[in-house]
Design a protein. Structure first.
Length: 364
């Protein structure tokens, strides 16, 4: 539990930059360029970010009993079990050989969630959480995000051999930085991330969200022994273009996995800012606390020829959910229209409109 009084949610916690609308248009242009480039090259539209899936798995999430009032809010107000589906991915907008080592992503979709809906997700009953295996976002605000994305746009689906060589070099430099106690989010984003096993990683929302009357960040932490044993394990990515998909499939087919969904309540707006997504919220000030358990039974997380259809039909967005978990901060605000652009483009180009499932059987 947080050691000090939680900050109460109020719309005033957000500060919109005067040029945010202009920045948003630049981001949308970058997304559009990535989508058009990759769809022309592949003859098929993929996501503008996190295009390559390493696994899709169905499971259930059980909300903890006896949560105190501070934690028993929003989707977690009542104990119970919900179906869920996860998608594990890499953050690039093109389908790359896994030897280009990038940050991992995990998107969690919880089904049958009651509550007033966020704009654009009316009529649905799902709650999405999009997380990455680092506690803070690689850019501080929408303008910095736009600069990073513009750089990536210029290399999308081009010079894969160069990317592989650069990734290997960046990994060496990143390892040297880590040896002296520091890291570079930029190097990791450009290919210097360690080739860690995706199932051993802790995933973070990175950005802030409303948590009922409070404000919070989320984390998904592996807790079953089989997953914990994979934490920090490096995957040999030198000879297999889909090495991560293979190791995820093998591990989940053998033993499935269990994670804890945890929440970190904001207790200090200066130390735990809303608008600067690059700041790690200090766990000494407010620790992560478990609110639910995610269980994935043993299953095939990728089946060639069928999982692609499921991946095409699935769409994740931080803006798909209930108002009690409204995304906060500039990075989250610009995600709304850019993610909508990506999903609408995919549905139109592929002739397969994306949709939110009401139940697991709705998935392809």
């Amino acid at each position: 539990m947080p050691s000090t009084q939680p900050v109460r949610f109020d719309p005033s916690v957000e500060t919109i930059a005067p040029d945010e609308a202009e920045t948003l248009q630049g981001l949308k242009a970058s997304f559009q360029e990535i989508l058009e480039t990759t769809s022309q090259d592949y003859g098929h539209a993929v996501r503008a970010v996190h295009a390559k899936a390493h696994g899709i798995a169905r499971g259930s999430i059980t909300i903890s009993e006896g949560l105190p009032p501070l934690l028993a809010q929003g989707a977690f107000a009542k104990p119970g079990r919900h179906d869920a589906v996860i998608r594990i991915s890499t953050n690039a907008g093109d389908i790359l050989d896994d030897s280009v080592s990038l940050p991992r992503g995990l998107a969690l979709k919880i089904l049958d969630v009651a509550g007033d809906r966020l704009p654009g997700s009316e009529g649905d009953t799902t709650q999405d959480f999009i997380m990455v295996n680092a506690p803070a976002f690689s850019a501080s605000d929408p303008k910095a995000f736009g600069k990073n994305l513009k750089l990536l746009t210029k290399t999308t689906d081009r010079f894969e051999g160069v990317k592989k060589a650069m990734s290997a070099t960046f990994r060496v430099v990143e390892s040297a930085l880590e040896a002296v106690g520091t890291q570079s989010a930029t190097l990791q984003t450009l290919g210097g991330a360690k080739p860690v096993h995706p199932l051993g990683e802790t995933y973070y929302s990175q950005t802030a969200f409303r948590y009922g009357d409070s404000i919070a960040k989320f984390a998904l932490v592996p807790v079953s022994p089989e997953l914990v044993a994979l934490t920090g394990t490096l995957v040999d990515i030198t000879t297999r273009p889909d090495a991560l998909r293979e190791v995820v499939r093998d591990a989940l087919a053998e033993h499935g996995g269990t994670w804890e969904l945890r929440v970190q309540i904001n207790t200090d707006l200066e130390a735990m800012p809303i608008e600067d997504a690059s700041v790690v919220w200090d766990e000494a000030i407010s620790p992560f606390t478990t609110i639910a358990k995610l269980e994935i039974l043993a299953q095939a997380s990728w089946e060639q020829g069928s999982s692609e259809r499921t991946d095409d039909a699935l769409v994740y967005s931080v803006w798909n959910g209930i108002t009690a978990h409204q995304p906060l901060g500039g990075i989250n605000r610009v995600r709304k229209e850019t993610y909508e652009l990506s999903s609408e483009f995919r549905g139109r180009f592929n002739g397969c409109p994306v949709h939110q499932p009401a139940k697991l059987s709705d998935l392809a």
